[in-house]
Design a protein around this ligand. Sequence first.
Ligand code: EPU
Length: 429
Amino acid sequence: MDRIRIAGGRRLNGSIPISGAKNATLPLMIASLLTEETLVLENVPRLADVGLLQRILGNHGVDVMIGGKRPGETSYDGQTLHICAANIIDTTAPYELVSRMRASFWVIAPLLARMGEARVSMPGGCAIGTRPVDLLIMALERLGAAIEIDGGYVVARAGRGLKGGEIKFPKVTVGGTHTAIMAASLANGTTVIENAAREPEIKDVADCLNKMGAKIAGAGTSRIVIEGVARLGGARHRVIPDRIETGTYAMAVAMTGGDVVLENAQPELLQAALDVLIRAGVEVTPTNAGIRIARDGSGLAPVDVTTQPFPGFPTDLQAQLMALMTRGRGISHITETIFENRFMHVQELARLGARIALSGERATIEGVDRLKGAPVMATDLRASVSLVIAALAAEGETMVNRVYHLDRGFERLEDKLAGCGAAIERISA
Ligand code: EPU
């Protein structure tokens, strides 16, 4: 297994290109199952999760072709995927594949809507909490699907097609909203989704589906109205920039000090997180090229932050903010309201010298003068990258183990940081 070695204490200066959003790419790839025509996705990040989803789609008979690099393209430009689900050969998504990536459960919606049946393994446990799929199942039932659980599989049937309906989510769910939109796009009649997730990735997928011929209004707000259509066609769509990658590098620069432009980043995708950085004393300047993040020698003011669905502060940046606040000048509080168990980074940050106390969903972080390098590892993507942020400011050497977690969601992390002066290298197993 690869490891990453970091020698802390260097400031970051220069620019970092922001890749396409993982959490838009995955549902966009899944949406390709809704049509027999080709869906072309541009600005797709090179990530392990994208490769794994390609395999999962391949299992259903989907053809994925990756466009070659054009002259003049830098190695950081996203890849172009040509995805064609002309022939769906299998409507089962097996446990071996679904258990490795939770989002792959979402194939249930397009398979059911287009083929009238789907058999998808329950995703099972996950390091950041129980993460059930009850609301996704509820949404499909509201559209007329008959659902049963059989041998660990969710079996969904709609022999005569799905029918538009009213879906009111009791809790905001990103996956539930994606699933409902995809299924309703090919349902007969009108669907209204209330309390829909407003994450930018929802709007990105809806924009793409509309290019494919869907009739979706209100995506990006909490009320989405979908008029079902009989069929969808191909389209070409460019994936939005990754707001979590943007926020992560912004926090890395805030941690080390320095001056970095996050190229292609869009401030409106993460305003709540940028506001927190500004309150902490970080300079945040939108520019034509992206977002400039700077901090001089002055210390970081502590913050009090609660994770919320969009447009609130994202749970996917909670671990990174916690790493940053280990160096705050005083006591910070971070409350995690989205996932009940997303604090695995706390014990590992403590190995670097952080002082963090947990009480239920609330963490109290007492800023320390210095962190010291140590061997660490983490069990999920965002927790792993929080350790990288802490390591960049720690004295001496930190070895981050289990790098495959990072590879799931950060494209060439070590190259991007080294390009700005960090002493970071990958040690291949
Ligand atoms: N929930 C239920 N029942 C359901 C579905 C969700 O109780 O049927 C609960 C979850 O357990 C959680 C809350 O609702 O407590 C929100 O979960 P949501 O469905 O919104 O999460 P998700 O769709 O599974 C996506 C992202 C996550 C991100 C969350 C929240 C993708 C591929 N994943 O997950 O991203 O944390 O939304 O914003 O889009 C990551 O990228 O590291 C990551 C975990």
